[in-house]
Design a protein. Structure first.
Length: 281
């Protein structure tokens, strides 16, 4: 059985189905919470000499559009994502912002990018889902000019990100069929291990690999928390098809488990990430 192909198909199905639609609907809440990472990547791009930027797993393009604004007429930004709903949202966002960005609905692991067409490759939580990460980063390396910079933000381990893992552990007691994700599989925590990331990047043609720990407090309006629980992530996917009483019980239990993150009208929670840096040899 070709498990790699099955994984790739599963990712395409996930992000082109209800999960992708949920991310589009949650655009303002999610992008607001992750704004510190967007600002970090914009500053990283500005600190390089590169003006041809590829944003991998661009989603609805908050980071892509912010980079395009920062670079102005001197820049050329491209966003790539496997999700058609997200790319549609990305195009709408760029048009609304009045910036010119090229978008590709494609799998960055295998898409035939023009060789040496980018001098900066960035990603905000978009590179952890590859079925074959070394092949994916080799493909990205082929798209990068000599000396190009790689800058990616990825999550560190599940134990360091309790706001992300508490909901699914809480929901598991109420949803017997809920399968908790394997942290080592393609997904949120697939690039949490520093040594594995270094091995993947050096094996795929990148050099000067550096992983810098980034610890940031994120936040969202408290009024959006129940909506977020019921639509996003592992729990959001799990309760999408259950009956309403079960969904209400799960959301209520998860909301109670997250109570210590609530401070007045804001939900504030710590996050632990890597800023991955590398250079195209």
């Amino acid at each position: 059985m070709d498990t790699t192909n099955r994984t790739e198909n599963a990712q395409a199905t996930l992000w082109n189905g209800p999960a992708g639609a949920a991310w589009v609907a949650a655009r303002d809440v999610v992008d607001g919470a992750l704004r510190p990472f967007q600002d970090l990547l914009v500053d990283e791009v500005a600190a390089t000499s590169g003006h041809r930027v590829l944003d991998v797993g661009c989603g609805t393009a908050a980071t892509t559009v912010a980079i395009a604004r920062r670079l102005g007429d001197s820049g050329h930004c491209t966003g790539v994502d496997i999700s058609e709903p997200m790319i549609a949202g990305a195009r709408a966002r760029a048009e609304q912002a009045g910036v010119t960005v090229e978008f590709l609905c494609a799998d960055a692991q295998s898409h035939p990018f023009a060789p040496e067409s980018f001098d900066t490759v960035v990603s905000r939580f978009g590179v952890m889902f590859f079925a074959q990460p070394e092949a994916a980063f080799a493909n990205l390396r082929g798209s990068a000019a000599a000396g190009a910079a790689l800058r990616c933000v990825v999550w560190r381990g599940p134990d360091e990100n309790p706001f992300m893992t508490t909901p699914e552990r809480t929901a598991a007691a109420l949803l017997p069929d809920l399968r908790l994700p394997d942290p080592s599989a393609p997904g949120r925590f697939a690039l949490a291990d520093r040594d594995r990331v270094t091995s993947i990047l050096t094996g795929s043609g990148w050099t000067d690999v550096d992983l810098r720990p980034i610890d940031v407090e994120c936040s969202m309006p408290e009024a959006d928390l129940n909506w977020y629980i019921s639509r996003m992530g592992v729990v959001g996917n799990a309760v999408r098809d259950v009956d309403e009483p079960t969904r209400d019980r799960v959301v209520s239990a998860v909301r109670a488990a997250l109570e210590h993150f609530v401070h007045g009208d804001r939900v504030r929670y710590p996050t632990a990430c890597w800023l991955i840096g590398a250079r195209a040899a």
